[in-house]
Design a protein around this ligand. Structure first.
Ligand SMILES: NC(=O)c1ccc[n+]([C@@H]2O[C@H](COP(=O)([O-])OP(=O)(O)OC[C@H]3O[C@@H](n4cnc5c(N)ncnc54)[C@H](OP(=O)(O)O)[C@@H]3O)[C@@H](O)[C@H]2O)c1
Length: 278
């Protein structure tokens, strides 16, 4: 079932595009994408170039700032290279504020729609550092400079603990979505139970074996669609916001169109359990 939420249901992912970033983000907006996912992490994202494409569209009047959903992330120094968007000697709260200020400059805007913690410091549990970062994100949100805050790369255990401890509403979780784990079933279930929206990435690249299975091929044939569209239609049907970082205009158009493809409840279940019932 599709959750009723006011956010775009497909985000354009801007990682790994380097010198093609500006052109590809420009293309995405021209093709109708209204949500952009970035991170202030120069190692994988060229946020200044993403921001230029966005700002050009706004200046040219092809889209209003209020029609766009701009999301960035705060990344710990451990996930960065030498091109840091903050002073590493500063407190973590200041690093969050500096990273955020730099993202605003990149996007030439005065607010972000969403800012995520790119990932907890450790694979398990919530560290004191995570808590300092989360508190700083919450302050940006309470001042209205960031509309929504959320988490990325969290396990079910971490999310459960976060939900129990936080006073700051978690709007989003952004995770790599493995079909082998029931498409991140545990985390998605926690999200659903707690009014958190799940953003799924690597839907295609993390699940090649399942996607190319006979069952998926049969379903794609039955729905007269391609495998990528089938995956995006499924993800949408179970309430995920989907991320795509495709570089191809025809793939992006197909991804957008896939959100209108209605799958039967039985077929959704069959895809959801594909890793457990072959
Ligand atoms: N939070 C995190 O830690 C994190 C980590 C990774 C990614 N992300 C976000 O998620 C975004 C998406 O990353 P991703 O890992 O899902 O991979 P992706 O960058 O979207 O890559 C998808 C791959 O599948 C291919 N493809 C074939 N048909 C496609 C179709 N119809 N639609 C889309 N792709 C198709 C693409 O090739 P073509 O280019 O030829 O279409 C590309 O090689 C990133 O840009 C980033 O914003 C976040």
């Amino acid at each position: 079932m599709v959750m009723n939420n006011p956010f775009p249901q497909l985000f354009y992912g801007t990682a790994w595009k380097e010198e093609r970033t500006e052109t590809l983000v420009d293309q995405a907006i021209r093709l109708g994408v209204r949500a952009i996912d970035s991170a202030n992490q120069r190692r994988h994202y060229f946020e200044a170039a993403t921001g230029r494409a966005v700002a050009n569209h706004i200046q040219q009047g092809t889209v209003l700032r209020s029609e766009l959903f701009l999301q960035s992330k705060f990344t710990y120094q451990q996930g960065q290279d030498h091109r840091l968007p903050y002073n590493p000697q500063a407190s973590l709260a200041d690093q969050v504020r500096q990273s955020f200020a730099s993202s605003l400059e990149h996007f030439q805007t005065d607010y972000l729609d969403s800012l995520l913690l790119h990932g907890p410091l450790y694979r398990q549990g919530i560290s004191a550092q995570d808590w300092q970062v989360w508190t700083a994100l919450g302050e940006l949100q309470s001042r209205g400079q960031v509309r929504h805050v959320g988490l990325s790369n969290v396990s079910a255990g971490q999310l459960q603990e976060w939900i129990e401890k936080t006073d700051v509403p978690i709007t989003f979780v952004q995770n790599r979505c493995f079909a082998a784990l029931g498409w991140d079933r545990e985390v998605r279930q926690l999200c659903r139970q707690n009014g958190i929206l799940y953003q799924g990435f690597s839907l295609l690249t993390a699940n090649i074996r399942e996607i190319e299975s006979p069952r998926m091929l049969l379903l794609a044939e039955r729905y007269k669609t391609d495998l990528a569209s089938l995956v995006f239609a499924f993800a949408h049907a179970v309430g995920m916001i989907v991320l795509t970082g495709t570089t191809q205009a025809d793939h992006l158009m197909a991804d957008l169109k896939a959100l209108n493809l209605v799958l039967s409840a039985e077929d959704v279940k069959s895809i959801e359990t594909i890793a457990f019932s072959r």
